[in-house]
Design a protein around this ligand. Structure first.
Ligand SMILES: *Cc1c(COP(=O)(O)O)cnc(C)c1O
Length: 240
């Protein structure tokens, strides 16, 4: 048995309570917030234990890790890709994932479209935004996103489901609020340009998901608060 099962159950319980309290504060239904369990660096046993507790939505940030792990996990789970995607990994990403949350260029969207067509699939995506304009981070600059949005939306095998962001790390969750708000406003602008609703705002991690929920998150991506600290060296790549 996966040894962390007991604390996993406790962690999940406390996360769900925090989600539900944040929803109450924001006047939202707890069912309007999806909990995406970020499994990067954690073994398939951890994923199976989380699945046994009722979780069904999982995230990975490396195609290579996902390729090895996903086949060892229960088959009924849904996986989202949340890391930087290189074009030479698109074929595999399209196979492994139900959604790619981190699309940040037209070229990448075109490659995903090409690979989805070859696999006779349609790929749901989120567009990742570099909300604070950090030089060290991936993600669209907002102006560029607005300029390329229609071209991405025109790709026949791509479905834009919303926006995703990772704000600058801060020990104070309130520091993330303006960035979450910016993402929400940007989603409204995108919806106006496309004249269609986009259902998802993927924002909020272990340290700030309650603030994200108050600002409209529909997917919160939680790793550490659920599975505990990541110990692998891969836990903190430079690009993160
Ligand atoms: C690792 C990661 C998370 C989870 O971060 P925690 O602070 O461990 O909850 C969320 N989103 C992305 C894109 C990540 O890479």
């Amino acid at each position: 048995m996966y040894r962390a099962t007991v604390s996993l159950a406790e962690n999940l319980n406390s996360i769900q309570q925090r989600i539900s309290i944040a929803c109450q504060r924001a006047g939202r239904e707890p069912t309007s917030v999806g909990l995406l369990a970020v499994a990067k660096t954690h073994p398939p046993e951890a994923v199976s234990a989380a699945a046994n507790l009722g979780l069904s939505l999982f995230g990975e940030n490396k195609v290579q890790e996902a390729r090895a792990k996903i086949p060892l996990c229960p088959g009924r789970l849904r996986w989202h890709f949340i890391g930087h995607l290189q074009s030479n990994k698109c074929r595999e990403a399209v196979e492994l994932f139900a959604m790619i949350e981190s699309v940040d260029s037209l070229a990448l969207a075109q490659e995903i479209n090409r690979r989805a067509e070859a696999a006779a699939k349609t790929m749901p995506i989120l567009l990742e935004v570099n909300v604070a304009g950090e030089a060290s981070k991936f993600g669209y600059q907002p102006e560029r996103l607005l300029a390329e949005l229609k071209a991405i939306n025109a790709l026949p095998r791509i479905e834009i489901h919303g926006l995703m962001a990772v704000p600058p790390w801060s020990p104070l969750p309130e520091n993330s609020r303006p960035h979450f708000r910016r993402l929400r406003e940007l989603k409204l602008q995108c919806e106006q340009i496309l004249a269609a609703p986009m259902p998802h705002l993927s924002m909020g991690m272990s340290g700030d998901f309650e603030v994200a929920i108050e600002e409209g998150a529909t997917i919160v991506r939680v790793g550490t608060a659920l599975f505990g600290k990541r110990t692998s060296v891969r836990a903190n790549p430079v690009a993160e």
